[in-house]
Design a protein around this ligand. Structure first.
Ligand code: NOJ
Length: 494
C-alpha cells in the first residue's frame, strides 16, 4: 500500500509531496545521552540588511547592498530590495514577541555599520542609529535573552566600499574604529561578539567571481586579499578589546565561518579539502602553528609560479601578523548548512586562476539527500557532526557555537521538512557533544522570513512567516516554532 501511495505521488508531477515523507533521508541516529547540557544556549539568528528595512531612516547612510539592489535589480531573482524587508527597524517589538514565545536564551543579530557611521567614518557618528541598537539590547536584557552581536554581516557603508572595502588595507583601521564604537556603546551589556559573518562567501562571491556586490573580478587573487584583510581586521579589533575593554566588560569575541563538510573515503583528501574550506580562515586563528594551512601555502605558490607570476597569489602572512592573528578568537562560530562528496579533479594549470582551480576538487551530491528550496541546500546532518569532530581534533577542542543552520522552503505554515532538518541537526550537535566536542550553543537561521540576498523573498528560512505585502508585516508562527520551543524547554529531542 505504501509503495502504491509513493508511486502515485512521486512518479508524476506532484514531486513536492514526495519530500514531505520522512522516508527520504533527513534523519540522524542518536548516539549516547539524549539530553543537552543544562547550560547549552539555544537561539535564533538574523542579519540587519535582511530584516531591518528603514534603509534611509534617521540618518542611516547608503550601504553596499542598498546600492546593489537599487542599481542592479536584475541581479536579484524577484528584483526586490531590503528597503523595507520585515521592517524590524520599526517593528522590533514584533521580533521580541517571537523571541519570547520561542523561549530562546540567545538572539544573534547584526549591526548595520551605516546606521552607526553613515559614511563609514567616525566623523559621521549617528546617535539615532546608536540608540536603535541600545533599545534592542535593553529589551533583550529585560527579557533575559542574551545578545550575540555580529559587527559585519555582508553589508558595508558604501563610502568604505567605494575605496575598495575589504580589498583595501585601510579597511583594518576603519573596522577597528567602528568596533571600538560598538564596545564603548554596547559592551556593558553585550558579552558575545562576532566580528565578521562568512568571510569565505563574501570574499569569493564579491571579490572573486563577481556575482555578489561589489562585483569585483579577482578570482584567486583579490578574494585572497579580502580574506587576508578580514583576518587582520578581526585580529586587530580582538587585540584592542583584550587590552582596553576586557577587564571591565569581560566579553568574548569570535568570527562566523561557513563550511560544508567534504566527504570522501580518502581521509587525506577530506583533510585537504577541509583546509581549503574551513581551514583557510580557521587555521590562522586556531591552529598551534598559525598562518594559512601549509597545503594551501605550498599549492597556491606552486600554481602561481607555473602561471608565470613572481610571487604567490596567496598573501604571505608575515611574522608580525601571523602572531597577532594566532589565538585572536575566544570561540569558533560555525555556520553549517550542507555538505558535498569530493573527488580529485586535476584541472589544468594555465586556466584562469581561482579558488576552485587551487582547490582542484569535483563536488557532488547523493541523490538520496533531501533538497531545500535553495538550490545548494541538501539535508546532510552527519556533515555537521563530522565538522564538529574535525574542529575538536584540529583546533584543540576550542569552544564552538553553531551560529547558523537552517532550511528553506516556499513558506507553508506546516513546515514538516524544517522540523526534520532542525531535529536531525540538533541530533548531530548532541552526538558531537556526547563524543567530547566543546559545543556550547546552536542558533537556528532564521527567526523570521527575510531578504535572502540574490534570491530576494523567493525562499523562506523563518521559523516565523512574515506577511511581506502587509504594511504591518505580521509574524506568524510556523509549526517548527512549537517543536523548537519544546526542545528549548526540555533540552530533549522528541
Ligand atoms: C548564511 C548567511 O549568513 C545568511 O545571511 C543567509 O541568509 C543564509 N546563509 C541562508 O542562505
Amino acid at each position: 500500500m505504501l509503495l502504491f501511495v509513493y508511486l502515485i505521488f512521486c512518479s508524476g508531477l506532484i514531486v513536492s509531496q514526495c519530500r514531505l515523507t520522512t522516508e527520504d533521508g533527513c534523519n540522524l541516529p542518536a548516539k549516547g545521552n539524549s539530553k543537552f547540557p543544562s547550560n547549552f544556549s539555544f537561539g535564533v539568528a538574523t542579519a540587519a540588511y535582511q530584516i531591518e528595512g528603514g534603509w534611509n531612516a534617521d540618518g542611516k547612510g547608503l550601504s553596499l547592498w542598498d546600492d546593489f539592489t537599487h542599481n542592479y535589480p536584475h541581479m536579484i531573482d524577484d528584483k526586490t530590495t531590503g528597503d523595507v524587508a520585515a521592517d524590524s527597524y520599526h517593528r522590533f517589538d514584533q521580533d521580541l514577541a517571537a523571541l519570547k514565545e520561542l523561549k530562546v536564551t540567545h538572539y544573534r543579530f547584526s549591526i548595520s555599520w551605516s546606521r552607526i557611521f553613515p559614511n563609514g567614518d567616525i566623523s559621521s557618528r549617528n546617535q539615532y542609529g546608536i540608540d536603535y541598537y541600545n533599545n534592542v539590547i535593553d529589551k533583550l536584557e529585560a527579557n533575559d535573552i542574551q545578545p550575540i552581536v555580529t559587527m559585519v554581516h555582508f553589508d558595508l557603508p558604501y563610502e568604505i566600499q567605494k575605496i575598495g572595502g575589504f580589498a583595501n588595507p585601510l579597511f583594518i583601521n576603519q573596522f577597528v574604529t567602528y568596533a571600538i564604537e560598538l564596545f564603548n556603546n554596547y559592551g556593558d551589556r553585550v558579552k558575545t561578539w562576532i566580528t565578521f559573518n562568512e568571510p569565505l562567501l563574501y570574499c569569493k562571491s564579491g571579490y572573486g567571481e563577481a556575482n555578489y556586490p561589489p562585483q569585483i573580478h579577482g578570482a584567486g587573487l583579490i578574494d585572497y586579499i579580502c580574506v587576508d584583510n578580514t583576518l587582520k581586521a578581526h585580529a586587530a579589533a580582538y587585540r584592542v578589546y583584550k587590552s582596553k575593554f576586557f577587564n571591565t566588560q569581560g566579553g568574548k569575541i569570535g568570527i562566523s565561518l561557513d563550511s560544508q563538510f567534504s566527504i570522501s573515503n580518502d581521509t587525506a583528501l577530506t583533510h585537504r579539502a577541509m583546509q581549503y574550506n574551513l581551514g583557510f580562515l580557521a587555521h590562522p586563528l586556531f591552529s598551534k602553528s598559525g598562518g594559512y594551512p601549509e597545503v594551501m601555502v605550498e599549492e597556491i605558490r606552486r600554481n602561481s609560479l607555473k602561471e608565470g607570476r613572481i610571487t604567490s597569489r596567496l598573501p604571505d602572512l608575515d611574522g608580525k601578523w601571523k602572531h597577532i592573528i594566532k589565538g585572536s578568537a575566544d570561540f569558533l562560530a560555525i555556520n553549517y548548512y550542507t555538505s558535498r562528496y569530493i573527488s580529485r579533479a586535476e584541472k589544468p594549470i594555465g586556466e584562469n586562476p581561482s579558488f576552485e582551480r587551487d582547490y582542484d576538487l569535483d563536488e557532488s551530491i547523493d541523490p538520496k539527500w533531501k533538497r531545500g528550496l535553495s538550490r545548494w541546500l541538501y539535508c546532510v546532518p552527519e556533515g555537521l557532526e563530522s565538522i564538529l569532530k574535525f574542529i575538536r581534533d584540529e583546533y584543540d577542542n576550542v569552544e564552538v557555537i553553531v551560529t547558523e543552520n537552517g532550511w528553506s522552503d516556499k513558506g507553508d505554515l506546516e513546515d514538516i521538512e524544517r522540523i526534520q532538518y532542525l531535529k536531525s541537526h540538533l541530533q548531530a550537535v548532541l552526538n558531537a557533544i556526547n563524543d567530547g566536542c566543546n559545543v556550547r550553543g546552536y542558533m537556528y537561521w532564521s527567526l523570521i522570513d527575510n531578504f535572502e540576498w540574490q534570491r530576494g523573498y523567493t525562499v523562506k528560512f523563518g521559523l516565523y512567516s512574515v506577511n511581506m505585502t502587509s504594511p504591518t508585516k505580521e509574524r506568524t508562527a510556523r509549526n517548527s516554532v512549537g517543536y523548537y520551543r519544546k526542545v528549548i524547554e526540555t533540552h530533549l529531542l522528541s
